[in-house]
Design a protein around this ligand. Sequence first.
Ligand SMILES: Nc1ncnc2c1ncn2[C@@H]1O[C@H](COP(=O)(O)OP(=O)(O)OP(=O)(O)O)[C@@H](O)[C@H]1O
Length: 292
Amino acid sequence: MNDTAISIRDVTRSYGKTPVLDRLDLTVKAGSIYGFLGRNGSGKTTTIKLLAGLGRPETGEISVLGRDPWAFTAEDRQGVGYLSEKQNLPPLMKVRSLLAFCSRLYPQWDRELCEGLIARFQVPVNKRVSALSMGNQRLVGIILALAPRPALVLLDEPAANLDPVARREFLDEILDLIRDGGRTVFFSTHILSDVERVADEVGILAQGKLRVSESLDTLKETVKRVRFFGFPGNAPERPPQAFGWRVRDGEALGTLKLAHPGEPAALAATWKCQYEIIDLSLEDIFVDIARN
Ligand SMILES: Nc1ncnc2c1ncn2[C@@H]1O[C@H](COP(=O)(O)OP(=O)(O)OP(=O)(O)O)[C@@H](O)[C@H]1O
């Protein structure tokens, strides 16, 4: 099996004259759960649509399960489950009929899994789609993405509108799915606790580029807020790889992506100052990097 499920290289995508993705690079290992973060309008949906083959980049190359998604064959599509941000389910169809209809489109549709998901998510399958709450419509979309047991699942804000119980069931299902082995999940979200619960890898998109892409543990070990103080002269310029650098009242504060653990000490030695390291939560890291 290919070790890489998703590879995005040097991809640019604009709407009109507005660039959204700016020479984006991103790699997702096969078998991982990748949490894709970014502020509103940062380009997460744009990226996921490109991965699903629903758009084409202006420059660069995309490979999904070893294929260019723009050139996906019907067979390639069977391997990729996709939940779009704005679902467009047929409103008048009963959920049960919709699931039965879709099951016939996928040779590898897993009936047992589908029934298990219906029970786990407590979806009212005898109602018409239009009569479902927003959260239940989302759960139907999740079932449609998972039941064919695709090798890769692309989920655009799957947890939007889900109550905490449904969210927990959904996240546990994702973990179960991955435990099966060989599958990859790529999902966007604004709910950072969900990322902390399930994701192996986290990517933060800002200004059209991936600012970080790391395992959660590595991210927390290498991204720190550092306060430098007690300068003999002027406070220093923003170091490379610093986010939100702020110099005020004789001290400099910023979030640093450390190349090695001794970096703050080395900077302080160069600047002849003192320093303090402050650990950050994923939310702090996200806010510092995304608003920079
Ligand atoms: N069809 C379109 N036509 C013009 N502009 C678009 C179109 N789709 C998206 N955009 C713009 O592209 C940018 C990125 O949008 P996108 O939906 O990818 O962001 P996002 O990160 O998914 O946001 P959110 O978290 O709010 O869902 C935004 O500025 C948006 O207004």
